[in-house]
Design a protein around this ligand. Structure first.
Ligand SMILES: NC(=O)c1ccc[n+]([C@@H]2O[C@H](COP(=O)([O-])OP(=O)(O)OC[C@H]3O[C@@H](n4cnc5c(N)ncnc54)[C@H](O)[C@@H]3O)[C@@H](O)[C@H]2O)c1
Length: 288
């Protein structure tokens, strides 16, 4: 890919992040193939995309008719090969578990043409370790989007040890085409944002557990006192407490004691209190 000719983007995993990345990519005019193992996840993703695209027209972010055109540019499939075989860029957004990501990347490496770039949306993990399991580590990179993708401006682009300059350049172009700002980060667990954010969230959970203040008051203090746009506990509920726990476990494993997951977080995940997606986390919600 000498000049930028990207047309097709495959997104692997149709959960909270995958559906959001599909939104950003289709609104940017890319052909999008969204893959998930489960038809129910794809159904949910489709409903979400229809709703968000309709809202975007209503709020004047996209022109009338662009909602339908954007939806028509997305195909939904449970067949990974079908999704990825012609993609110029694949963005993986499956669960934050190294063995699952590695398995997906090995499969993609077999399916995709040699020039296809394979990106992971991991929040914390090593693109070097994931890319090393493929025959194209120079074409592997992390593109870390933020939740909710249609509102959040940043993509942290993280270079693995062997990521080529060309791969970085193309990933950056794709990000900019999706109307995002980019920061370039050299790989280290948690990059810039997750490393910082997980620590703040964990401290808030420890304070709640110790009875320092209520969830509402911890969040209010951070918003009004420190100017955070969201409180750390409501943000954790938005991320998903299972996802946050996996992030913490990885950071604890790689960076040590400072990142030991708060016992309250572990307890909530064991109880199935996963945040917004399950209807309860630190707060209660209508179930998604
Ligand atoms: N939730 C956030 O706020 C957030 C923000 C930035 C990055 N991330 C990262 O994005 C990734 C996805 O997180 P999420 O919150 O969207 O999770 P999620 O649980 O909402 O979605 C994951 C999806 O992946 C699917 N899946 C699992 N294994 C698969 C496989 N082998 N092949 C295809 N699909 C598979 C699941 O069915 C599910 O629909 C994680 O790496 C996470 O750390 C999450």
């Amino acid at each position: 890919m000498g000049k930028f000719t990207m047309k097709k983007i495959a997104v692997i995993g149709g959960g909270i992040m995958g559906r959001g990345i599909a939104y950003a990519a289709t609104v940017a005019g890319f052909q999008v193939h969204l893959h998930d193992l489960y038809p129910e996840a794809l159904e949910k993703a489709k409903t979400y995309l229809e709703t968000e695209l309709r809202k975007s027209v209503h709020h004047g972010f996209i022109r009338p008719g662009e909602d339908e055109a954007s939806l028509n540019r997305i195909t939904f499939t449970t067949n990974m090969e079908e999704a990825a075989v012609e993609a110029d860029l694949v963005i993986e957004a499956v669960l934050e578990k190294m063995e699952i990501k590695v398995d997906v990347f090995k499969k993609l490496d077999k399916i995709c043409p040699s020039q296809t770039i394979l990106a992971t949306n991991t929040s914390t993990m090593s693109p070097t370790e994931i890319g090393a399991q493929t025959s194209r580590p120079e074409r592997c990179i992390a593109m870390h989007f933020f939740n909710p993708v249609h509102k959040m401006k940043l993509i942290e682009i993280v270079r693995g040890l062997d990521t080529s300059d060309e791969t970085f350049r193309i990933a950056k172009k794709a990000a900019e085409a999706m109307n995002k700002e980019v920061v370039e980060v050299n790989e280290f667990p948690g990059f810039v944002t997750s490393r910082m954010n997980c620590l703040i969230g964990n401290e808030a959970m420890n304070m709640l557990m110790e009875g320092v203040a209520s969830a509402e008051d911890i969040d209010k203090a951070m918003k009004l006192g420190l100017n955070h746009p969201m409180g750390p506990l409501e943000l954790a509920d938005l991320v998903g407490l299972d996802t946050r726990l996996r992030n913490m476990e990885y950071l604890y494993q790689t960076l040590g004691e400072k990142y030991r997951p708060c016992p309250l977080l572990i307890k909530y995940v064991k109880a199935g209190r996963l945040g917004r997606k399950s209807g309860a986390g630190f707060y209660k919600y209508d179930k998604e």
